[in-house]
Design a protein around this ligand. Structure first.
Ligand SMILES: [Zn+2]
Length: 258
């Protein structure tokens, strides 16, 4: 899997810039502290989405278009060794962990300490889809994201999403309601204080009519800007220009650019 990601990403990169950062287990980070780099992290110990490679490649392209260096990895040692300083942002793509027990949680101990320090030092996080389906035994993680995945109706369905924060850059150009195709999440421990950007009408996907389901939001955590969207289940999502813009501008927001 690593090699596939590397192959996807490395083709259009200047190899000289990042000789080791694209490897699964980089030695000492080769990204200079001043480089505008973004870590794209998709390590899984839980459900493995088939869309991860497409998601990583898509996000890497969006990062490159911003003049920043994308570094894709699935190696938790980056966190354990405290090699986060070069990264202006971390994009978690469906980095699921086990539901049954804490043995799949890797953001623990010194890895978690290093991550918290990075957040406090001005880090920024973008969470995509299964980023909320992760670290159920580390309550701070759900707090950081803004909620935990609870369930989803079966399959990918066309849904009607509504824009709640019309001024947010991640929905620029969207209509007040947009048809989107995805797997739709229900959350638990949802933080009602998040800034809701997009919601879903549950009736539009055949669920009982009721309160809109949160889909995308922004918040701050330990001073860091967090942007999360539950969309991004299928690789088709990443080909949708509306969703790509959502991710690209969501990242800009997290970076404090918008
Ligand atoms: Zn999914």
């Amino acid at each position: 899997m690593q090699s596939l990601i590397c192959r996807l990403l490395v083709m259009s990169w200047a190899l000289a810039l990042l000789p080791t950062a694209v490897n699964a287990a980089p030695e000492k980070s080769s990204v200079a502290a001043s480089s505008p780099a973004v870590l794209i992290f998709s390590h899984t110990t839980g459900f493995r989405h088939k869309s991860i490679e497409t998601g990583v490649a898509t996000v890497a392209e969006l990062v490159r278009k911003k003049g920043m260096i994308p570094v894709a990895s699935e190696d938790p040692a980056i966190f354990e060794r405290g090699e986060l300083a070069p990264y202006r942002a971390i994009i978690f793509i469906s980095n699921t962990t086990k539901h049954a027990d804490a043995s799949g949680d890797w953001l623990v101990g010194v890895a978690a300490d290093n991550f918290h320090q990075w957040l406090k030092n001005g880090g920024a996080v973008v969470g995509v889809h299964g980023a909320s389906d992760s670290h159920f035994f580390q309550p701070w993680y759900g707090e950081m994201i803004g909620g935990y995945f609870e369930r989803h109706p079966k399959g990918v369905r066309p849904g009607k999403v509504s824009v709640k924060d019309v001024g947010h850059s991640s929905v620029k150009g969207w209509s007040m309601t947009e048809p989107m195709m995805d797997e739709w999440y229900v959350f638990r421990n949802f933080d009602p204080k998040v800034n809701l950007i997009v919601t879903l009408d549950p009736a539009s996907i055949g669920e009982p009519a009721g309160d809109p389901w949160p889909v995308s939001w922004s918040k701050t955590y330990e001073g860091a800007r967090i942007f999360y969207t539950s969309m991004g289940h299928s690789y088709e999502s990443y080909g949708d220009p509306k969703f790509r813009m959502h991710l690209a501008n969501g990242l800009d927001w997290a970076l404090g650019k918008k």
